[in-house]
Design a protein around this ligand. Structure first.
Ligand code: CO8
Length: 260
């Protein structure tokens, strides 16, 4: 039996990673973080990869946070190492060259909410609930939640979530920009895969360039960011995909991209 805590399924260019520890509501322990990191490292250098979808096993939880039983035994030195492991894994996930989509099938709490924040697109089941409840444990978010949450939903809403530990349901999560769309739980994966297939059908070099330019640009002054865009735009004209895409448009026929 395959007992890895993170399963990888590949259909064409779409890789689905499923965090599979349902007995602990898919909580992130060292084994899960290491398995996730190993998959991400391999996917990062896969030229045929188009989209990554991330979800949790079962119907109740996406990820209910960092593993509290593992954390309870840590002192500051161990906690520093655990936080570094989490930060490195989430940074590698966020830094994948293709879009990463979270399909949030239930609780996304603490490190689970932070995991969604490292994804480019977040879709949720109507049963999903989000929160940063670390303050209830006498802690603060340790996998980037104090930083990425404010960048995604704005500082004041993030402050309320991080300081108050209140959970938000899927409808509120959509209203505040934590989630892009909410689907009936039974339809979540199919609807997310539909979106993933839509992106996977686009020019893959263009999709990668758009993600990279936007991510870099958001960290840079606007003039620098626009310069990144101009260069990436121009470089794409040297690809067969761009030539094929524009030629096909003018000939009024569909294109299939080669990724070259
Ligand atoms: N860690 C470990 N085990 C967990 C976790 C978790 N985060 N969440 C749930 N479980 C386990 C429960 O202990 C339980 O195990 P068992 O059956 O052996 O008793 C099983 O999963 C089922 O959980 P419940 O019985 O509690 O299920 P309920 O439906 O009653 O409640 C909840 C569901 C509301 C999700 C509840 O389980 C809960 O509150 N979980 C904890 C949520 C939480 O506080 N998450 C944040 C953790 S802290 C964090 O993520 C910090 C991230 C950065 C760390 C940086 C490192 C230094």
């Amino acid at each position: 039996m395959d007992d890895t805590p993170v399963r990888l399924a590949r259909v064409g260019g779409i890789a689905t990673l499923t965090i599979d520890r349902p007995a602990a509501l898919n909580a992130l322990n060292t084994a899960v973080l290491d398995a996730l990191a190993a998959h991400v490292t391999a996917l990062a250098v896969d030229p045929d990869l188009r989209v990554v979808v991330l979800t949790g096993a079962g119907t109740k939880s996406f990820v209910a946070g960092a593993d509290i039983s593992e954390m309870a035994a840590l002192g500051p030195v161990g906690a520093q190492a655990f936080a570094r492991r989490g930060h490195a894994t989430l940074a590698a996930l966020a830094g994948l060259p293709v879009p990463v989509i979270a399909a949030v099938n239930g609780f996304a709490l603490g490190g689970g909410c932070e995991l969604t924040l490292a994804c480019d697109l977040v879709y949720a089941a109507d049963t999903a609930r989000f929160g940063q409840p670390e303050v209830k444990l006498g802690l603060i978010p340790g996998f980037g939640g104090t930083q990425r949450l404010a960048r995604r939903v704005g500082a004041m809403r993030a402050t309320e979530m991080v300081l108050g530990g209140r959970m938000v349901d899927a409808t509120e999560a959509k209203a505040i920009g934590l989630v892009l769309d909410v689907f009936p739980a039974a339809e979540l994966m199919e609807r997310v895969l539909e979106r993933a297939r839509g992106i996977a059908a686009m020019g893959p070099l263009a999709v990668r360039a758009a993600k990279a330019v936007q991510a870099l640009g958001l960290e840079a002054p606007l003039a620098t960011a626009n310069a990144f865009e101009r260069d990436a735009f121009a470089t794409l004209f040297d690809t067969r995909d761009a030539q094929a895409g524009m030629t096909a448009f003018l000939a009024k026929r569909p294109t299939s991209f080669e990724g070259r």
